[in-house]
Design a protein. Structure first.
Length: 427
């Protein structure tokens, strides 16, 4: 029988991996003279080796050309955001006119809500998942209040109905059916940040639209993780960040999608000079004429130094392809799940769905012995060069990112859990 805990098995899987060389395109943090087993791509992706070159290119251009750098030579700054447009569109399954890199995630969410959350006394409500990332809830609650409605009745949170705190599609469908006549907006995650559950965004979009609601997504944990099909699935808008699976650096410029059918919308929006159509922008006229598509929601010129690392990362996504990355991701998370089931089930409970179609790269692992034991295990892992992240009260999130993680990393995690369990009498 195959020994999943053997070095030979992990090495054979890694040698057979057609994407194995991409790991060398990243800086892997060191730990006591060796590479760390880094599983925090769902919080901050690793630095692509090409990022420094693109940042230094901007710095050198600034040094030599100063203001002329906006309009001269390669990588000129005025259209710099366009250098990432096609790569972003490819990565999230959109048309180039539908995507833009701008601002930060929650700022983009508010900008989208200005245009797409248009509540009326008959339809004031927003539907979201219970336990959403706090920033989303803060944004939605504040928007409901801003429009003069009451979050107690008009911010509807769908409660988990499955073991481990996940949500069935039936629960989502029931909630939309129940509240449909009052729904102005359905705002849902592509992947739930705490449980790691991935959702059928096409079906949620269909259900929301059938109920007469606008549908948007927070794809912070889905962009660069799942092979999204934003255009074909038909959601009205989506927002995401680029510092997680997209590896663009801490606080990286975020992403935004607006479906092509809204490219020339007359919906209200907050306007800024950078969103004005390019052909007449420098006439400095008093009337705002939006650029068609997602770029029309830009406010100010993008931070060029902040966009530079995203160029390097997108080149690697283009090289790998999202479908191939997804296949590798399923192998890695499947291996992680198998190792836990083989010898660690008494220590860890996998709360992420076991169906690969309902999860991405992340497995959320509840420590059965409770919070204190969980913190002890988490600190043991970090002290031995295995870095996941902690979510209260008792969950360790482990996210094998297929661009740079491998089977050897996953095996190392499992062995350290086993070593901790042996030392603490847990099995």
């Amino acid at each position: 029988m195959t020994d999943l805990f053997s070095d030979d098995y992990a090495s054979a899987q890694d040698l057979a991996d057609p994407l194995r060389e991409l790991r060398h395109e990243f800086h892997i943090p060191p730990h006591e003279g060796h590479e760390q087993a880094y599983f925090c791509g769902n919080s901050l992706g690793l630095q692509p080796r090409g990022a420094r070159e693109y940042v230094e290119e901007v710095l050198d251009k600034w040094k030599v050309e100063a203001v002329e750098g906006h309009f001269t030579g390669s990588g000129q700054w005025m259209p710099y955001h366009a250098l990432v447009r096609d790569g972003l569109a490819s990565t999230v399954g959109a048309k180039p006119i539908e995507v833009v890199a701008m601002n930060s995630l929650t700022a983009n969410l508010h900008l989208m809500l200005v245009s797409f959350y248009r509540p009326t006394p008959a339809r004031p409500a927003i539907l979201m998942e219970a336990g959403a990332f706090p920033s989303d809830r803060y944004a939605l609650e504040s928007q409901v209040r801003f429009h003069g409605f009451d979050p107690a009745t008009d911010l509807i949170e769908v409660q988990p109905d499955e073991p481990g705190g996940t949500l069935s599609m039936e629960a989502i469908e029931r909630a939309i059916a129940e509240h449909g006549p009052r729904l102005a907006l359905v705002l849902w995650p592509g992947v739930q940040y705490r449980t790691g559950q991935a959702f059928d965004s096409a079906e949620i979009t269909r259900l929301g639209h059938a109920a007469g609601a606008i549908v948007g997504f927070d794809h912070a944990h889905a962009a660069g993780n799942l092979p999204l099909r934003l255009h074909d699935e038909g959601a009205d808008f989506a927002v995401w960040c680029h510092y997680k699976y997209m590896n663009a650096g801490p606080g990286a410029v975020a992403g935004c999608f607006v479906h092509e059918r809204h490219a020339r919308t007359d919906r209200p929006r907050f306007a800024g000079w950078w969103g004005h159509e390019q052909d007449s922008r420098f006439r400095m006229g008093p009337t705002f004429v939006p650029t068609p598509g997602a770029e029309g929601w830009q406010l100010s010129n993008p931070p060029v130094l902040g966009l530079a690392p995203l160029r390097a990362s997108l080149e690697l996504f283009e090289c790998a392809g999202m479908d191939r990355l997804r296949r590798k991701s399923e192998r890695l998370t499947g291996y992680l799940e198998a190792l836990i089931g083989s010898r660690l089930a008494g220590v860890l409970e996998v709360v992420t769905p076991n169906d690969p179609a309902r999860r991405g790269a992340q497995l959320s692992l509840r420590v059965r012995a409770g919070r204190d034991a969980g913190r002890s295990l988490f600190e043991h892992l970090a002290g031995n060069g295995v870095l996941g992240d902690w979510r209260e009260p008792d969950v360790i999130r482990i996210s094998p990112a297929p661009l740079y993680n491998n089977h050897a990393d996953v095996l190392r995690f499992a062995r350290e859990v086993e070593a901790w369990a042996a030392a603490h009498g847990s099995r």
